[in-house]
Design a protein around this ligand. Structure first.
Ligand SMILES: *Cc1c(COP(=O)(O)O)cnc(C)c1O
Length: 448
């Protein structure tokens, strides 16, 4: 399938912050009342406003308010919302055919997405990929493959990990509230190891790895262990960047001990951290890379990509699903991947990092409530603390986030202790809009 390289998307949205009603405005308020009557209350929303259109670096609501988007729908719209190449590719595909099921009559775009993933993920070895719908579903399949290949059952995940909300991935996810509480029993043979969290444990990467490996050897045993799964930078857990050397030591130990090393790059993948995949920052080559979120410009698609001998070890028919690698999502992924590369969005992510880190470092010099600034590329977080005790300050964090929402900036919080604001702007955000978004956050912090 050939892709158009001449973007012909819809009319560009004015790239501005514009608040024209109370937040929420009357239309959003009416829709929220309908939501509360129709949608299960367990499905919460960060913002009280309903979207009508979005693109570049803004989300426009049904009342005409235009918000600066520093969240990308949780790191999904890296190429921007309704990115021109994605719109064209989806429109062409939806008119050609919408579904056949790849397991019934396959189509070339699925194969091409697999080829691209095999080429772009770290390592030059022979690889295979398989496509699914959500990040959690891909994580589950990575575990299935690792167990099938090794003939072993145990899986190690880390403190602060987030891997999804299905039964197996809930077991891998660390945080009880809101992800797990009341939803057990969870899948068995999942063990949790201590993460490297330099701001809070002060350990070098080598020492943190030694601590984790000792726990794994003593409490699980390499002879029982199928896989280690880790986010190269933890997402929901607080944008925790492990100390240098932690990940390479785990990869070495896993390869020496016949353990499959799985990098969950669902949040960090696709240029987000300033390289195509976050594993590249430490030159690690995972046995399996899990991708989703940024892969297809907002369409639901996920993947596992890994060593041919590992992925081909599972019996034919053992992997799949009705919708996995849907043709519209595959067309969108090819267009999104082309956009990441052609528009050098990894470079854009590095420029976003420079701006965010510089502005917050200046603020930190005069505001000790900013305990830590960390992350890579357009995946930067600020951890708020009580300056006296260094204890997490979740109340301050949610007050700042709420004030930003009221002032027309979409920001997300995260962290085991709820005291982290994370910045995940679309890589297409104009510089001036990013700068203005940061102004709003800093003003909210000053006033909090
Ligand atoms: C979001 C996320 C998942 C789960 O993806 P879904 O598409 O929501 O199922 C898994 N791992 C990481 C690191 C994530 O950020």
């Amino acid at each position: 399938m050939t892709l158009t390289s001449t973007p012909t998307g819809g009319p560009a949205l004015t790239q501005e912050r514009r608040i024209v009603t109370a937040i929420p405005g009357p239309r959003s308020e009416a829709l929220m009342a309908r939501k509360n009557r129709a949608v299960a209350s367990a499905v919460g929303t960060t913002m009280p406003v309903f979207a009508e259109s979005a693109g570049g670096g803004v989300v426009v609501d049904v009342d005409g308010n235009s918000f600066i988007d520093l969240g990308s729908g949780i790191a999904v719209t890296g190429v921007g919302n309704s990115a021109p190449r994605v719109v064209d590719a989806v429109q062409a595909q939806v008119a050609a055919f919408t579904h056949t099921c790849f397991m019934i009559t396959p189509y070339d775009s699925y194969v091409e997405v697999a080829e691209k993933l095999n080429e772009l993920t770290p390592g030059s070895h022979e690889k295979r990929s398989a496509l699914f719908n959500s990040g959690a579903e891909a994580v589950e399949n990575a575990i299935k493959v690792a167990r099938s290949y090794t003939g072993k059952q145990a899986v190690v995940a880390f403190d602060h990990a987030y891997h999804g909300r299905t039964n197996l991935t809930m077991a891998l996810t660390a945080k009880s509230m809101p992800y797990k509480s009341g939803f057990g029993p969870f899948a068995s043979e999942i063990y949790r190891a201590p993460m490297s969290y330099p701001f809070r444990d002060g350990l070098s990467g080598a020492d943190a790895a030694k601590r984790a490996i000792s726990m794994i050897e003593k409490q699980v045993g390499a002879t029982n262990l199928a896989a280690i799964i880790v986010e190269p930078i933890q997402g929901e857990g607080g944008f925790i960047v492990p100390a240098d050397g932690f990940l390479p030591a785990l990869v070495d130990w896993a390869s020496t001990n016949g353990v499959v090393f799985i990098a969950d790059e669902v949040q960090t993948g696709f240029a987000r951290t300033g390289t195509m995949f976050a594993s590249e920052h430490e030159n690690i080559v995972p046995d399996i890379v899990v991708t989703a979120k940024g892969i297809a410009g907002g369409l639901p698609l996920s993947a596992i990509t890994g060593r041919a001998e590992i992925l081909d070890a599972t019996h034919t028919g053992g992997l799949g699903g009705t919708y996995g690698g849907n043709p519209i999502a595959c067309a969108a992924a090819l267009a999104a991947i082309e956009t990441y590369i052609e528009d050098d969005l990894a470079g854009a992510a590095r420029r976003i990092e420079a701006t965010l880190v510089e502005r917050f470092a200046l603020a930190q010099a005069i505001d000790p409530r900013i305990g830590d600034i960390r992350g890579r590329g357009a995946m930067i977080a600020v951890e708020f603390v009580d300056p006296e005790t260094n204890e997490p300050d979740a109340a301050l964090t949610s007050a700042v986030a709420r004030a930003c929402h009221q002032a027309g900036v979409i920001v997300l919080t995260c962290g085991t202790y709820g005291n982290v604001i994370r910045f995940l702007p679309p890589l297409s955000i104009p510089d001036a809009l990013l700068a203005e978004g940061i102004d709003v956050v800093l003003t909210a912090l000053e006033n909090a």
